[in-house]
Design a protein around this ligand. Structure first.
Ligand SMILES: [Zn+2]
Ligand SMILES: [Zn+2]
Length: 246
């Protein structure tokens, strides 16, 4: 783009940090993060639930996951949903789709830092799919954008459209936990002609909310013969955030 055009655009829409939304200073322009976020990316740290990645103290799994019996064997998230609420809203709903790649880059960084063995472990990465109708409306699938960048940064193989969403369901956010589960039965299928037998699959999504979508996707993969499924999300809704609707 010509410099003057860029200048005008930046005058009206100054570039902002993709994490904290602060306007970037002149020195920070060209980066995606402000100096503060860059110096300390607010990744989840400390002790996390091995099943969903949310913060817990002195236990292996959080209370929810202890009761749920999820079919995926492990789970991790790079950020708490509180930190990612705004970036995800911009990225998904306000046309900042290219932030998706940057957020995927942060996920890759987190994976390398915290779970380097998962990179070795994974045979193929799968994105939680949107129904084709919804994807057409949005123009992209957020999980797919995240996967593409994670794959580029880590070398993990990624197969787009490995999973398909066969049924157009009500938005999960409008439903309670039990309804969410019911709403999703039989919704996902494997792409035709794909074999996942004996494979270790890393399933990726933007938010771990109740885990019901991840549960159904994992089930579909395991029924098709996958050896093991782990989930990796950009963010996880922490226990204390659960009362806020997502
Ligand atoms: Zn920032
Ligand atoms: Zn958990």
């Amino acid at each position: 783009m010509k410099d003057w055009k860029k200048g005008i655009r930046e005058f009206f829409f100054p570039p902002r940090c993709i994490i904290c939304d602060e306007v970037l200073t002149l020195e920070e322009r060209g980066e995606k993060l402000c100096a503060k976020c860059l110096a300390h990316i607010p990744f989840l740290e400390g002790e996390q639930c091995v099943q969903c990645g949310r913060t817990i103290a002195h236990k292996a799994v959080c209370e929810r996951c202890a009761l749920e019996d999820f079919p995926f064997s492990m789970g991790a998230a790079a950020f708490s949903y509180g930190v990612m609420r705004k970036p995800i809203a911009y990225f998904k709903f306000q046309g900042y789709r290219y932030d998706g790649a940057e957020l995927g880059g942060l996920m890759a960084e987190y994976l390398k830092k915290r779970f380097p063995d998962w990179i070795e472990w994974t045979d193929v990465m799968a994105a939680v799919p949107l129904h084709p109708k919804k994807q057409k409306k949005r123009g992209f699938n957020q999980a797919d954008l995240l996967c593409r960048r994670i794959s580029a940064e880590t070398g993990i193989a990624y197969m787009p459209d490995l999973l398909r969403r066969m049924v157009h369901t009500k938005p999960q956010s409008s439903l309670g936990a039990a309804q969410r589960r019911e709403n999703l039965k039989g919704v996902f299928a494997l792409a035709e002609g794909v074999c996942v037998e004996g494979k270790h699959i890393l399933l990726v999504d933007d938010i771990f909310t109740t885990g019901s979508t991840l549960r159904e996707c994992s089930r579909t993969l395991l029924r098709a013969g996958a050896a093991e499924v782990r989930v990796f999300c950009l963010s996880v809704v922490e226990q204390e955030e659960e009362s806020h609707s997502v």
